[in-house]
Design a protein around this ligand. Structure first.
Ligand code: ADP
Length: 160
């Protein structure tokens, strides 16, 4: 069995919910690749390089956590790396519907790749990058919702 877990997402920006998932994965798998998506269809607050850098900084002490940026199908990236496990996080029922569809599409186009779902801890289930950005725009308190390194960057970005 492959020991590489690929955790793809926008991470715009990485939140405490993502951080918790990555920690849990790094205890379970030989290598975790956090795959920062760069999609031409989406508008991001942070560039792919900025988003990747937040993850890199947050996990600089974890030898088995790697970060990469990718544009295209996650399964194509995985085939190139020889990875067979995609991990996605689940919070509420709404995630289940979306993630279920995504997992089935990936199964159809790459049957050898499995999607593993991991549940959010109760204290993080309400956290989303989108919610965090809304809160930041309205001057809300972000402590505990995003890593400390992200907080000043959000404030800086919003001042521009
Ligand atoms: P995407 O835009 O691809 O959904 P996100 O960066 O929003 O990317 O999320 C990446 C993955 O992490 C998704 O599977 C999402 O459901 C999951 N996720 C996001 N926030 C949390 C959280 N608070 N707890 C657990 N999983 C989460």
């Amino acid at each position: 069995m492959s020991q590489i877990a690929v955790y793809p997402g926008s991470f715009d920006p990485i939140t405490s919910g993502h951080v918790d998932i990555i920690h849990r994965l790094s205890d379970m798998f030989g290598e975790v690749i956090v795959l920062v998506a760069q999609s031409g269809d989406k508008t991001y607050m942070f560039s792919a390089e900025e988003r990747a850098e937040f993850v890199r900084k947050q996990f600089s002490h974890k030898k088995n956590v790697k970060v990469d940026i990718f544009q295209g199908l996650t399964v194509d990236y995985m085939k190139a790396k020889g990875a067979k496990i995609i991990v996605r996080g689940l919070r509420a029922v709404a995630d289940f519907e979306y993630e279920g569809t995504l997992a089935n599409i990936n199964k159809k186009i790459a049957p050898e790749i499995e999607t593993f779902m991991i549940f959010s801890k109760p204290e993080y289930y309400f956290i989303s990058s989108r919610g965090v950005k809304e809160l930041a725009k309205n001057g809300g308190n972000l402590s505990g919702l995003v890593p400390d390194i992200v907080m000043p960057e959000l404030v800086k970005k919003l001042k521009k």
